[in-house]
Design a protein around this ligand. Structure first.
Ligand SMILES: NC(=O)c1ccc[n+]([C@@H]2O[C@H](COP(=O)([O-])OP(=O)(O)OC[C@H]3O[C@@H](n4cnc5c(N)ncnc54)[C@H](O)[C@@H]3O)[C@@H](O)[C@H]2O)c1
Ligand SMILES: O[C@H]1[C@H](O)[C@@H](O)[C@H](O)[C@@H](O)[C@H]1O
Length: 335
């Protein structure tokens, strides 16, 4: 079966996912496109999906009989409505992060999906498909004993003017929120955010860098630096300290050069190159599961917990307090 996919939102990542479905992955083709700005859908059609039909609205695309499964790649604030529409149409849906911009919105998705009794929502937390994180998780489980602490960093070279302080949490740190839960098989019980001296490279509306301190239900303590104007590259660091040893996320593979009295390795500069293979694997996984009528990978529940946890981090940014995090009971669908 070739899965017929409709893509809602044809900006940067909608374009990249369409390209990978058309040119890299197997078992699917993009048959429908829709964007709030029709010119974006038309440009993507011309570049990568000449046979795709352009729909005036995402809702019409989701309802169309020509679409088996939906990719939601539009602006974050629009995700909830499209995911709910896909659930109502009983169509598998891959939703880029965030699942919803509020915990309330994510809860509505969990409730709608639970009411159908079938998992059809996969959230785009691609790090769970990254080879280096999978190696780290396997090492933790085989060799470290109980994890005690994580020291991590999420560094972007620069961010645009519209990137403001809370986005460090719900646009950037949201990846770590999901990754730490997955690595530790644990949930958070509190969050605190502290602000070091601000870099002169940050614009006025973003406090940068920030340090997020999390505690999990098993007592693991996590410190993660978010530094989105670090200048030198795109750099994701993660070190897990366990009772029997320490494991560190492998660096991306790079050639070491000896030249001009220097020993050096190049550093990546963007998330597309750091996680390109993980994006391929997560979408192939989604495509492969669609014919069964249900999906795997990060679930709507994971998206909901990430939203609750990131709301607590934003409150912690605003108040300076240690903010408690409590979760509702997990529905059986997500066991
Ligand atoms: N997993 C990752 O690492 C990763 C990386 C980049 C972006 N993302 C997520 O993907 C989403 C899109 O990001 P982007 O960088 O492609 O943004 P973008 O601004 O480049 O593209 C967003 C597109 O959505 C369209 N749009 C806006 N409102 C719409 C609506 N109501 N209906 C249909 N289309 C609408 C815009 O016109 C635009 O073409 C965001 O939620 C972002 O957080 C995830
Ligand atoms: O949307 C992007 C993307 O999710 C990247 O992985 C992250 O490093 C950036 O901070 C964020 O702005």
């Amino acid at each position: 079966m070739t899965v017929k996919i409709g893509v809602v939102g044809t900006g940067m990542i909608g374009r990249d996912h369409t390209r990978r479905i058309q040119e890299v992955l197997t078992g699917a083709e993009v048959v429908a496109l829709s964007d709030y700005l029709p010119k974006n859908a038309e440009a993507l059609q011309a570049a990568h999906a000449p046979d795709a039909e352009i729909f005036a609205t995402g809702e019409e695309l989701i309802a169309s009989d020509s679409v088996d499964a939906v990719l939601v790649c539009s602006t974050g604030s629009t995700h909830e409505a499209y995911v709910l529409a896909a659930i109502a149409a009983r169509k598998p849906v891959f939703c880029e992060k965030p699942l919803a911009t509020t915990a309330e919105g994510a809860r509505r998705i969990v409730e709608a999906e639970t009411a159908t009794g079938t998992r059809r929502v996969q959230v785009g937390f691609m790090r769970r498909f990254d080879r280096s994180y999978n190696l780290l998780k396997a090492t933790m489980e085989a060799e470290l004993g109980a994890p005690l602490m994580i020291h991590a960093a999420h560094r972007n070279p620069t961010v645009p003017e519209q990137y403001v302080t809370p986005m460090a949490i719900h646009d950037t740190f949201i990846h770590e929120i999901d990754t730490f839960r997955w690595l530790l098989d644990d949930d958070f019980v509190s969050a605190q955010v502290v602000f070091p001296r601000k870099t002169r490279h940050a614009h006025a509306r973003v406090a940068d860098p920030q340090i997020v301190l999390l505690e999990t239900s098993k007592g693991v303590r996590i410190d993660c630096e978010i530094f989105v104007n670090c200048r030198y590259g795109y750099d994701i660091q993660c070190q897990v300290v366990g009772e029997d040893g320490v494991a560190t996320l492998p660096e991306p593979m790079a050639v070491t050069t000896r030249k001009d009295e220097r020993l050096s390795n190049p550093i990546l500069t963007d998330w597309q190159s750091r996680f390109g293979a993980a994006f391929d694997t997560e979408l192939q996984d989604f495509i492969d599961t669609v014919p069964s009528g249900t999906v795997g990978g990060p679930s709507a529940w994971d998206g909901y917990v990430a939203a609750i946890s990131s709301d607590a981090c934003v409150t912690a940014q605003e108040t300076g307090d240690i903010v408690p995090i409590s979760l509702p009971d997990r529905p059986k669908l997500y066991d």
